[in-house]
Design a protein around this ligand. Sequence first.
Ligand SMILES: *Cc1c(COP(=O)(O)O)cnc(C)c1O
Length: 383
Amino acid sequence: MEFETLAIHAGQEPDPTTGALTVPIHQTSTYLQSAVGENKGYDYSRAANPTRSALETCLASLEGAEHGVAFASGLGASTTLMHLINPGDRVVAVNDVYGGVYRMFAQVYEPKGYLFEWVSHEEINENLAAHLDERTRIVWLETPTNPLMNVVDIRAAADAAHEAGAMVVVDNTFASPYLQQPLSLGADVVLHSTTKYLGGHSDLIGGFVATSDPTVAERLYFLQKSLGAVPGPLDCWLVLRGAKTLAVRMRQHCDNAMAIAGFLDRHPRVEKVLYPGLPHHPGHAIASRQMRDFGGMISFLVESEDEAVALVERTKIWKLAESLGGVESLIEIPALMTHMSTAESPFAAPPNLIRLSVGLEAPKDLLDDLEVALAVSVATTGA
Ligand SMILES: *Cc1c(COP(=O)(O)O)cnc(C)c1O
């Protein structure tokens, strides 16, 4: 079945007892047992819940995966993945990861004796093998990266990692499974913050992991119930509802973003636009190969930090807020907001960088709002 059909039907057969067409929100912690140890497949909702099972089946199908495991947040999913390895093991990670993942690795796992090496996307694309040794268990990738929109060649990285016996994890939050399917490119595990495009409406926090490796999947189900970072039934239901429209939403996010990236690229007040859909973007060729389209996230540089701060306060439709992937357009300054935790790292986001999450409003309104905000400059107003 095709993506759009799976999104609406996978794991979502009408309820056999009532005929309810939509998967019910099974808001229950426990389940009746007909005799000791005899049940209908559910005994306690940390271990399994029918609404969560439906979500796991649906999202796994969207990633082309055999198994899916849902979590309470993207970071809940990440910390559970880290329990696949032990202190003394090495992780090689692309250096501009999501700020919260960087904070977790640098401030939680590194002090416990896990070893990390941060490698640039260029170095991963050209020379990953040189950074791997027998202690390297995980190669942790994100592409396009947040917030610098760098593109990592997943297939090349997976080949090098497997040669060295390491597992490849791809954080696919920015692309969503509609635009990019890392397992088909050789990755072993895909990670999502479902808070973003999969949920798509800025109304929940959630995480998800997909894999087709049965050993990894079995361990993850064990860790899911043993560590307990599970999502509640309502949040699962909201992600399931969001996923039904993922394909149409992503198509519009991409169209809107392409129009806005072109506009910014031609604007004299904009120093540089980082969007893999632009032909001059260094990752354009790789992104064209491994993505269906270029996504709804754009970063751009303006003249100065002062200019950036003033600009994000001037827009009206673009709301100043963290997060991304919702129907509404958001604007933010990574260095001062989402990526504060990387400020001390060698790959801190530039202070004059603005990140856009392009929503589904009419592109004309989004362009007009940016045009007005860019027309005034701090230098001329003295503000
Ligand atoms: C938001 C985000 C996360 C973390 O997910 P939460 O749901 O906020 O815990 C991880 N990776 C990326 C790329 C993200 O954007």
